[in-house]
Design a protein around this ligand. Sequence first.
Ligand code: 9WN
Length: 478
Amino acid sequence: MDRTAQLIARPAEYTAVYDPTTAAGSVHLRAIEVLDGNWTGTSTVPSRGLYPHQWSWDSAFIAIGLRHVSPRRAQTELETLLDAQWGDGRIPHIVFNPSVPLDAYFPSPDFWRSSTAGRAAGAPRTVQTSGIVQPPVHALAAWLVHRADPGLSRARGFLARVYPRLAAWHRYLLHRRDLGGGGLVSVVHPWEQGMDNAPSWDAPLARIAPAPARSFRRADLAHGAPEDRPTDLDYGRYVRLATDYRDGEYTDGRASFAVEDPAFNALLIASEHALARIAEELGATGTARRARAQRLTAALVDRLWDPAEGLFLCRDLHGDGLIRERGVSGLVPLLLPGLSREVVSGLVRALRGPHFQVGSATRLVPSHDLLGEAFDPHRYWRGPAWFNTSWLVERGLRLHGEGAYADALREAVLDVADTSNFAEYVDPYTGEACGATGFSWTAALTLDLLHDTHGTHHVPHGTAIARDDSSFKGGDRG
Ligand code: 9WN
């Protein structure tokens, strides 16, 4: 749908389906209220204050939850994002809302200058975006959104319209971002991987000369405690990397920061499997895509698996190979089918072992090694637990037959989302809220877990459009 059509679309189409009398005060209803409050009419902001635009991987997670209460809105969420896709196939990490003041978020559109600096790469003329990307969760989200209401999806030609765009997105990543030549995709900025200040970036970032502090003004500190956010030095380096990329007209292949990350690549593989299903639904064959997903899985294990750790690690293309920091990113590949028994049991051991302590001392999956020097239970991606990563790990546990562990993690996610008021992230030991509350992907993934056909929680009668798809493992969450 084009932007004008979206703006004039009848709001009733986007109404969440629930029964407030049955569900008053419930976590389910409150999660829907968060998403309603963050909905702009064409997409959902991650958080009204801190992140007032549309973010790429946030929108994919949001659509995965929204599909249970408004499949139409979930489709629109993804369509709005895809309308901002660049000609070279990249999906930008932020799509800016022109009615939000420039100083509400940094870096703002006048920093990225997408429509001029990105012209050669095919940036859209009418909408302003950033020039970097985020993890490719979108094809997985599109497939799950389709499954929530196949009738509506077919009637609107949803998959037929998004498929070529998603295919171009994967092509961009596989052709322009295989900077190491080993088949995997590299990120060229920590914001691309989505776990901005993870300790894994410390070594590759240390080589980057920070932009002077006086050359930019952070907006995030107006909304969050400085000790829960990245440091000024981190920001100086983020700004330097983004400035250099922009000044090179967003041309790939020259980056001074280039890292192969396990979560980013695992999400690409999961999305490639989803694209195979989408192709089949559209009457084509998914064989080539499935074969590619298998090749990528082999490359992931070959390049990033550390058998001694029982964990995937990041690879620094300009440094000494594997970065020896244990992060949640290294656990995310558990969501993939086609892993050897050795890899699966290594990951489950790592999850429950001393470095992450899931099932014992921690409530959700910490973002970083509890025993690592850099661990900090409150500072953003250096220790706190985030709901999207726990959701991905829960999915992996279930896929690999670890139903009891998956159930326990699911229960914990639902409980902490509720008590933290849908926090952006939490102290992994106590579940204490950090960052923003009323955070969209926390609310959305809560809704998704509430609709899990395998778990013990059930949404109240009449509160949702639950769909079962018994044709593949994982019910409607497959
Ligand atoms: C930079 C929106 C985004 C998430 C990221 C999270 C944070 C942005 C920021 O917020 O990053 O993209 O300003 O810190 O790290 O994962 O997509 O929720």
